[in-house]
Design a protein around this ligand. Structure first.
Ligand SMILES: Cc1cc2nc3c(=O)[nH]c(=O)nc-3n(C[C@H](O)[C@H](O)[C@H](O)COP(=O)(O)OP(=O)(O)OC[C@H]3O[C@@H](n4cnc5c(N)ncnc54)[C@H](O)[C@@H]3O)c2cc1C
Length: 466
């Protein structure tokens, strides 16, 4: 049962700096719980998630996916058609999606009575936030402050980013021109998604992989499926190479104007280069020191309730240095609203980052949740691992896509589902079943006895649970 804190004031003044998924979710939930909420956003409501990261990248990947499907039309019993990418139409499509999402978030905030200020916020003391707007500055007093200013791409000093030849992810929705040959630096989740995206648009792609495996933090069996697919699609992999310089030569012939110099002496040449080597927090100029808020490498240090070193100041989303996912940011925002408004924060209501599902929108898609097989072995934990390929599924054959598998990690004694990985079409959707199982403590028997639709890819989840 949820208990209310008897000490809670009648109306709490909550001020939130940063209107991405963390800030907007916190704002709507705090307002629903009776707070007087002000949200300060310097750019677009919905945040980098809507404007610069998740949504435009997934919109472009979906367009590339439609192209790939149409290029495989004959395998589905259709006559071959020539598909041509229309960059201007793609630009309009992305702007349209972003506009619709921004207006739906803005309407939601307004319907909950959230005061929205367009401006740049910073702390001036532990209870005061200053907002710089186009017309001047305003100081707002607060009982609770939430910092949710997100992050931005990391640009090392050896990378001459110009937004034309040398791009960060944020210059690529879409870039000014379609790269003839894109060199991607960084083989984590973001890097491989951009490799997949531009390869499906028809660009040649070279990927610089600093270790011996793409997706170095993922289950090797999962990562190897993606590596194989990249190689089949003609992607060049420079494994074990660390980029350390970029040269741009606008006079070069054959359109190969960009050279990426690696630490092992190899040089990758292309028409464009894209950096996907992580992000840094947007905490500069936020006034953390003025309020006594502690941070590490620019990330606000938070406890399990997302509380900073100053009791009534919270941090959420990428700025909190936890899992940099939009879904996690939203949930942190919600949990902060509950905690700040005095709802009882029993341990079971805390956010458990180990149970967050995540996906990589490549072809095939990759998704996982909970305990990974490799991590369990590394920790010496007893687990049961069961795996079934999609090639046994009627629906996969109907889709003409039998690649990939479902792997389930469970407790051998109790059958409780501890984690799982899915590689294959719609993995990002299918993983939700395993995410629910992990969060709710369901057993493999619960999955086996669920009456799934037939024919559906989800049936493989039931079979993998056997
Ligand atoms: C290429 C890419 C693809 C991604 N794809 C996915 C995905 O598919 N799924 C997923 O879950 N995650 C994805 N992510 C991660 C996701 O985008 C972030 O985790 C998420 O945006 C974090 O949300 P946030 O609320 O912390 O910050 P943001 O979404 O970054 O929002 C922060 C907001 O704060 C504003 N702001 C900053 N400073 C100030 C200030 N001083 N005053 C006022 N406003 C300020 C900014 O303008 C911004 O609107 C992706 C990331 C990248 C780079």
């Amino acid at each position: 049962m949820i208990k209310r804190d008897s000490q809670t004031r009648a109306v709490k003044r909550v001020v939130i700096i940063g209107g991405g998924p963390a800030g907007t979710n916190c704002a709507t939930h705090a307002a629903r719980l009776g707070a007087d909420v002000t949200l300060i956003e310097s750019d677009i409501v919905g945040g980098a998630a809507h404007l610069l990261d998740c949504i435009p990248s997934k919109a472009m990947i979906a367009t590339g996916g439609a192209m790939s499907m149409m290029n495989k039309a004959t395998a589905m019993g259709l006559a071959k058609v020539d598909v041509v990418l229309d960059f201007e139409a793609l630009r309009t499509r992305i702007a349209d999606i972003e506009g619709r999402l921004e207006s739906s978030v803005t309407s939601l905030l307004s319907s909950q009575g959230v005061r929205l200020i367009e401006g740049r916020g910073s702390l001036v003391s532990a209870n005061e936030v200053e907002v710089a707007t186009e017309t001047g500055t305003e100081t707002i007093e607060a009982d609770v402050i939430v910092l949710s200013t997100g992050s931005r791409p990391r640009v090392p000093d050896w990378a001459p980013v110009d937004g034309v030849r040398v791009l960060t992810t944020r210059d690529a929705y879409p870039p000014p021109e379609l790269p003839k040959h894109l060199v991607v630096i960084g083989s984590g989740v973001t890097g491989v998604e951009f490799v997949h995206m531009f390869n499906s648009f028809g660009s040649d792609v070279t990927l610089i992989v600093s270790r011996q495996q793409v997706l170095p933090d993922k289950d090797p069996e999962v990562a190897s499926v993606l590596e194989k697919s990249f190689l089949e699609r003609g992607v060049r992999l420079y494994k074990g190479a660390r980029a350390e310089a970029i040269e741009v030569d606008e006079t070069a012939e054959n359109g190969r104007q960009v050279r990426v110099l690696c630490d092992d002496g190899r040089i990758a040449t292309g028409s464009h280069v894209l950096l996907a080597i992580g992000s840094i927090p947007n905490s500069d100029g936020l006034g953390l020191d003025k309020a006594g808020v502690e941070s590490e490498w620019g990330y606000v240090t938070v406890d399990h309730n997302c509380k900073s070193s100053v009791g009534h100041i919270y941090a959420a989303g990428d700025l909190s240095g936890k899992l940099p996912l939009s879904s996690v940011a939203s949930m942190q925002g919600r949990k902060i609203a509950e905690h700040a408004m005095g709802l009882h924060a029993a341990p079971h209501r805390h956010l458990d980052y180990d149970k967050a599902a995540s996906a990589i929108f490549t072809d095939p898609e990759i998704a996982d949740v909970g305990l990974a097989e490799a991590d369990a072995f590394a920790e010496g934990r007893k687990i049961r691992v069961t795996k079934v390929p999609f090639s046994v599924s009627a629906k996969a054959l109907i889709n003409n896509d039998p690649r990939g598998f479902v792997k389930i990690v469970s407790d051998p004694a109790t059958g409780v589902v501890m984690g799982g990985s899915i590689v294959g079409r719609h993995a990002a959707e299918l993983i939700s079943v395993l995410a629910l199982a992990v969060t709710a403590g369901l057993t493999v028997t619960d999955l086996v006895e669920s009456l799934f639709v037939h024919p559906a890819l989800a049936e493989v989840l039931g079979e993998a649970a056997e």
